[in-house]
Each structure stands twice: as structure tokens, then as C-alpha cells.
Design a binder for this molecule. Structure first.
Ligand SMILES: Nc1ncnc2c1ncn2[C@@H]1O[C@H](COP(=O)(O)OP(=O)(O)OP(=O)(O)O)[C@@H](O)[C@H]1O
Length: 253
């Protein structure tokens, strides 16, 4: 269970988060939507402890995230529970695919013997639809969709309890986006993982979410089950999901 209570964060005079309250139940998939620059990534980084909120409390299974000191073994153990699919994939070009997938299994608290790490990487690659012969290729030799699959395999390699997806379909064509969305949904369900996703892609929202939260002006404007999103009656949410230039959300032209 992930809980944010009255979380505030400003950068200089810029108040990005202005009192965020959000709960993500164990094994649930929460998708956070909202315009560019509304603080979705800042919110996610606060949960990971990469950014310290100015005020408020963030807990993961009751443990206060903000109290874990950088570099402490407690913090390492905390981070070991997370998997992360970064925007753009963020694969290491100089490492073969399997070492990208097994990255966290080759070092640190999750370290496994080399051959075992490779076996796990190959199994995870298979899970995301890639054959073992991809294992020894380099990321640059793969298409964007294949790279995204590799990133997904890496996110799940250490069997995390909680997975973050930051813009998982950015840069993919609609069909490949659909394939990745379906894979994410299937994997999250079969692992029983808690998932937190940031996206602009409404198709992803519908494919991945149990619950949706919309960020606007530093607060959660609306949150509820994805099934109630279309009939929410909230003019901000409705404008966002229909992509209309007309409505209460101010747009620059
Ligand atoms: N480390 C930082 N220092 C200063 N400002 C920051 C920092 N991180 C984020 N910001 C600012 O906070 C605001 C929110 O950024 P954030 O990346 O969370 O937006 P977002 O909702 O994820 O946007 P997008 O959908 O475009 O990725 C932006 O105005 C950004 O410039």
C-alpha cells in the first residue's frame, strides 16, 4: 500500500505539488494523468525517495519513505522492492541485452551468480515475447518496440512488489503501444504487483488502470476507478480525456 498525505514540493517560487493525497492499494494499478509539467514525475520521484517533499508524509506499507537515509542499507532494501520502466527505455548501449535485463541481479543487494542472472534474464525476455537470441545483441540493434520490451523485462527481472511505469508507450506506434499496454497489464496481474503509471496516452490508461488520478494545479483533481472516468462529471477530467481545447484547463496556443 502506497500512501501520500498532504505532499507539498516547490522548486524555488514554483509550487509543483500543493497538497497531494493519494492511496494505492496492494496489487492495484494506479495511473496518474495530467497535463505536461503538472508534477507527475515529481510525484513519482517523491515516492521513490529521489526527491524530498517539503511537507507531507509518504508511506509504503506503513514505512515512511522520507526517513530512509541515502546510502543506508534500509534504503537499499526499500529500493530492492521496486521495479521501474523509465521513459525512453534508458537502456545501457554498452551492455548486451541480457545484462541490461539482469542489471540489478549482477550487483548490489540483489546480486546473483552470473549464470543464474543470465538464465533469469532469458526467462524474462521470453515473458515479454523476445527469443533467447536477442540476449546477446546490443540495444542499438533492436527496434523501439523491442527496446521497450527489454526495458519491461528489466523492470520485472527482480520480481518487484511495486512497479513504476513512466510513459511506457512514448515513441511507439499505436499497435505496438497496444501490445506493450497488454503486456504490462498481464504481467502486473500475474505478479500481483502494485503499479503506478504516468502517462498521457489515454489508450494506456484504459488498458492498464484499475484506478485513475488526475493531477491539476498541484493537487489531485479527480480520482476513482477507471470504469467511472468517462461519467465523472468533472469538467477538467472530461476535457483531458477527450483532448478538447475548450474547457476549464487553460491552454497556450
Ligand atoms: N529538479 C527540479 N528542479 C527544478 N524544477 C523541477 C525539477 N523537477 C521538476 N521540476 C519542475 O516541476 C514541474 C513539474 O515537472 P514534472 O516533470 O513532474 O512534470 P510532468 O507532469 O511529469 O510533465 P510531463 O508530462 O511533461 O513529463 C516542471 O515545471 C518542472 O520544470
Amino acid at each position: 500500500m502506497i500512501e501520500l498525505r498532504d505532499v507539498h514540493k516547490a522548486f524555488g517560487p514554483k509550487e509543483v505539488l500543493r497538497g497531494i493525497d493519494l492511496s494505492i492499494g496492494k496489487g492495484r494499478s494506479m495511473v496518474i494523468i495530467g497535463g505536461s509539467g503538472t508534477g507527475k514525475s515529481v510525484c513519482l520521484k517523491c515516492v521513490l525517495g529521489l526527491i524530498e517533499p517539503d511537507r507531507g508524509i509518504i508511506t509504503v506499507d506503513g514505512q515512511d519513505v522520507t526517513r530512509l537515509r541515502q546510502g543506508s542499507s534500509e534504503r537499499d532494501a526499500f529500493l530492492a522492492r521496486f521495479g521501474m520502466l523509465f521513459q525512453g527505455g534508458a537502456l545501457f548501449d554498452s551492455l548486451p541485452v541480457w545484462q541490461n535485463v539482469a542489471f540489478r541481479l549482477l550487483r548490489g543487494s540483489l546480486k546473483r551468480p552470473w549464470t543464474e542472472a543470465r538464465e533469469i534474464a532469458i526467462e524474462k525476455l521470453r515473458r515479454v515475447g523476445l527469443s533467447p537470441d536477442v540476449a546477446d545483441l546490443y540495444p542499438a540493434e533492436l527496434s523501439g518496440g523491442m527496446q521497450k520490451r527489454v526495458s519491461l523485462a528489466r523492470a520485472i527481472a527482480a520480481e518487484p512488489e511495486i512497479i513504476f511505469f513512466d510513459e511506457p508507450t512514448t515513441g511507439l506506434d499505436p499497435i505496438m503501444s497496444g501490445v506493450i499496454n497488454d503486456l504490462i497489464r498481464e504481467i502486473v496481474v500475474e505478479m500481483g504487483a502494485t503499479a503506478m503509471t504516468i502517462t498521457h496516452d489515454m489508450t494506456s490508461v484504459r488498458a492498464i488502470a484499475d484506478e485513475v488520478a488526475m493531477l491539476h494545479r498541484g493537487k489531485i483533481r479527480w480520482t476513482g476507478p477507471v470504469t467511472e472516468m468517462d461519467a465523472s462529471g468533472d469538467p477538467y477530467l472530461t476535457q483531458f480525456i477527450t483532448g478538447s481545447p475548450n474547457g476549464p484547463i487553460e491552454t497556450l496556443r
